[in-house]
Each structure stands twice: as structure tokens, then as C-alpha cells.
Design a protein. Structure first.
Length: 445
């Protein structure tokens, strides 16, 4: 019996092949196009096992799709197998007293927020509805509750993983603890997570919105913003955007997004008013909203468009000079879209070697993005490269969830040497043939 015949016998989900009615949409992810030979939509863990066995036996490239938002296009391929987990998206509260939640590997954060909101619960996650729980969590998870409750992976207590030999294992502090360490930051290198178990936290509505300042005040506002966040209440998480192409590019206002975890107006005013005092406020839409409403809708990349996203971390010593450069570049010709995310708080209280996400002491995360048709990308690329050349001495590392590329240099930036060596040893144990290579790949040691 051929491997394809075995797949058709054992797989109970949907098998989509070229020429099929669903193939055109199933073959692409949110940000990439592909032409896989098979798109498999499992409806059970046994289906996932069958899909893994098939890809390994047939010697085909394997991609795993959760939400499909991976910037490098990891969620599709050409000529290989895509295991699309979208049918494994159940969200169950398994222990109300302990706030334990079991989430299918194909769920999105919008689905999670909608399910938990009526129960007054939330999980620190990202900021986009359609982003997959799996891709975000396995690499980190930085969102609107990050300073109060840490990364998404910091709330993870266990996971159900299908390994490269199609075995189902449990990863937690008590079961396969080294694998549990690895999947918290090591991406999809070690298997397919078919279910996550998180400890949620009680939540209320939150004060959330955007405060805008003139672009001419960028240097003063950014510096004051960063200085303030070092002593701000941890309930406050904030993101600064400059040169937003949707609001004017070099003429765009400085956008300071704030989110205060709590519905107490006095606490919100105490946390947010110092931000309002940083400059001349020209817009302020901060309001009390359900936490689920802070997650925005993701957009699929239009045909013919490209996206280039880079990221790096900034420690306290380099913040002033970095922000000075960003403010200067933000009002120059053809600037990239620049976002700076606040970290610290709960993130920094976890030891650097406690998880495979090692950048615990960074104060900020800087992200640049250019997008558009190829001519637009090529016109914007020189300014992008010039910016990164200037800030290189002031940044370090990289955040996997905000990288379009997946070079060896990227992998080295994501994982410091000691972290990488530990991951590589585990890769050899769990995936010696590197079946799970569609990621920021850790090669077997």
C-alpha cells in the first residue's frame, strides 16, 4: 500500500488537492501564496498523527497552519503537505476555580477571547483576532496585557504534542519538562501542538485607545514615553507608532496606544494622564471597552503585495539614542512604518533560561514594516536598510513573530547561543530528520 493510499485509509478529515473546489483558498495563508500537493484538515488528533506519518513517509515538505499569519509564509509551501488545524479549535474551561482553559491547536485568539469573555476571563495574548493561538504562543506572545501578565507562553501550563514519529505526548512541568521548556519560545520545531492548556486570569473591561501628538514632537514624546513607562503601573501596556502610512507616513501623528488592565477610572487616569502630558494632544479616543474589543481584525495580503517586517530588542542603556534616531527617520522621506512596544513588568520577572524565549530584560521591542506592490517595496527598501544600519549598535536579538525572513542570522538573533544549543540537543531527540523545518529552524545538533 502506498503512502497516499494509507493516508486515504487512516485520515478522517478533509483532504484537499490541486483542482479541488477549496484548493485556491486552502493553498494560501494570510500572508503568502503556495501550491502544496495536499492540504489536510484534521478533525482529530489521530488525523494529525496520520498526516505527520504521511509527510514523513512520502518525504514531502511539511507546513503546519494555525491562524496562518506567519510573516515568512510558514503556513504553506510548494509541492508539500499542509496540515491545517482550523477544525481543532475548541475552547473549554476545564477548571473554573483554577481558571484552566484547554484550547485546540487551530483556535485563534479572537475565538478564545469571545469564549472567555462571558466568564470574565482572559489570557495575555496578541492583539489580532485572527492570529492563531499556536504560532503566537510557541514564539512568545506580546499583547495588551504583557506588562501585567507576561507573554502568552507564560500562562501556558501544559500542551498536547504530536511529535515527528507521530507519537502523542504531554508537555508540562511534570511531564517531558525539557520539551515543555522548548515549546515555550522554540516555535514549531518540536512537533504539532494539538491542544494548549492555559491558566487564564479574571478580567474586566479595560481602558484602551490612542492618544495622538504632532509629528514635530516625536522626539520629545517618545523619550518621555519611554522614561515614564519605567515607573508606570504594570496595568499599563503601551505601543508607540510613528510614520504610519495609513495616516500620512512622514506627516503622520505620533500614535501612543494605551491599554490599562482594569475598569477603575481613577487607576486609568493615574496611569494614562502622564502620557497625555507628554506633548500637544491632537487626538484622544481612550475609552472603557471589553478586552475582546481591543483585538483588531487581521487582513490577508492582497495579490501582488509584499511585506517586509523586522524586529529587535532594546535594553535600557540604548533607549535614548534609539528613540532619537527613530524620531528623526520617522519624518524623513519614505520612512518605514515604525512601532515600538513596551515590555518589562511581568516579562522581566521570569528568568532568562526559564523558557526558550530568552529576551526577558529588554525594555522595548522595535518593529519596522514596509508593504505594497514590488515597485513600492523596492523604492522603500533603501531607507529601510539605512535605518537598520543606523540602529544596529543600539539593538539586539529579534522577536520571531515579527520577522518576514528566516535566515540563519535571524535564528541566531532569536536564540542566544546557550538557548540554541539546548534547543538543538532537544531537536535531535524529538525530530532528528528535521521534519518540522517550516519555521525559524533549529537544526538537529
Amino acid at each position: 500500500m502506498t503512502s497516499v493510499e494509507t493516508l486515504r485509509r487512516d485520515f478522517r478529515g478533509t483532504i484537499i488537492e490541486p483542482g479541488g473546489a477549496e484548493y485556491e483558498s486552502a493553498s494560501r495563508s494570510m500572508l503568502a501564496w503556495g501550491s502544496p500537493a495536499y492540504v489536510l484538515r484534521p478533525t482529530s488528533v489521530a488525523d494529525v498523527q496520520a498526516g505527520v506519518r504521511f509527510a514523513a513517509d512520502a518525504g514531502l515538505v511539511l507546513s503546519v497552519r494555525g491562524g496562518g499569519h506567519g510573516f515568512p509564509g510558514f503556513a504553506t509551501n510548494d509541492g508539500g503537505v499542509v496540515i491545517d488545524l482550523s477544525e481543532l479549535a475548541d475552547v473549554h474551561i476545564v477548571d473554573k476555580e483554577r481558571h484552566l482553559v484547554r484550547i485546540g491547536g487551530g483556535a485563534t485568539w479572537g475565538q478564545v477571547a469571545a469564549r472567555l469573555s462571558p466568564h470574565g476571563l482572559a489570557i495575555s495574548s496578541g492583539d489580532t483576532n485572527s492570529v492563531g493561538v499556536g504560532g503566537l504562543t510557541l514564539a512568545g506572545g506580546i499583547g495588551w496585557k504583557v506588562r501585567k501578565y507576561g507573554l502568552a507562553l507564560d500562562s501556558l501550563v501544559a500542551a498536547e504534542v504530536v511529535t515527528a514519529n507521530a507519537e502523542v505526548v504531554r508537555a508540562s512541568a511534570e511531564h517531558n519538562p525539557e520539551l515543555f521548556w522548548a515549546i515555550r519560545g522554540g516555535g514549531g520545531n518540536f512537533g504539532i501542538v494539538t491542544a494548549f492548556e492555559f491558566k487564564a486570569h479574571p478580567t474586566t473591561d479595560v481602558f484602551h485607545g490612542k492618544i495622538s501628538f504632532p509629528p514635530s514632537e516625536a522626539a520629545t514624546v517618545l523619550r518621555g514615553w519611554a522614561d515614564y513607562l519605567r515607573t508606570a503601573p504594570e496595568e499599563l501596556t503601551s505601543v508607540a507608532n510613528i510614520a504610519n502610512p495609513l495616516t500620512g507616513g512622514p506627516d503622520a501623528p505620533v500614535e501612543i496606544y494605551v491599554s490599562v488592565d482594569g475598569d477603575d477610572p481613577a487607576l486609568a487616569a493615574q496611569a494614562i494622564d502622564p502620557v497625555r502630558q507628554l506633548g500637544t494632544v491632537i487626538g484622544d479616543d481612550v475609552a472603557l471597552r471589553p478586552y475582546a474589543d481591543t483585538l483588531v481584525d487581521g487582513m490577508a495580503l492582497p495579490p501582488g503585495f509584499q511585506l517586509i517586517t523586522r524586529s529587535a530588542f532594546v535594553d535600557t542603556e540604548h533607549v535614548p539614542e534609539l528613540l532619537r534616531i527613530l524620531a528623526e527617520v520617522g519624518v524623513s522621506e519614505r520612512p518605514p512604518f515604525i512601532a515600538v512596544r513596551s515590555l518589562g513588568g511581568a516579562v522581566s520577572r521570569v528568568a532568562a533560561d526559564a523558557t526558550a524565549y530568552a529576551h526577558r530584560q529588554a525594555e522595548l521591542l522595535v518593529i519596522t514594516t514596509i508593504a505594497g506592490p514590488v515597485p513600492v517595496i523596492e523604492a522603500a527598501r533603501p531607507a529601510l536598510e539605512a535605518l537598520w544600519e543606523r540602529i544596529r549598535p543600539h539593538v539586539s536579538g529579534a522577536y520571531a513573530n515579527f520577522l518576514t525572513s528566516a535566515t540563519e542570522e535571524d535564528v541566531a538573533a532569536i536564540y542566544p547561543p546557550h538557548t540554541y544549543e539546548r534547543l538543538a540537543a532537544l531537536k535531535r531527540r524529538y525530530d532528528p530528520a528535521n521534519l518540522f523545518a517550516g519555521n525559524h529552524n533549529i537544526r538537529p545538533q
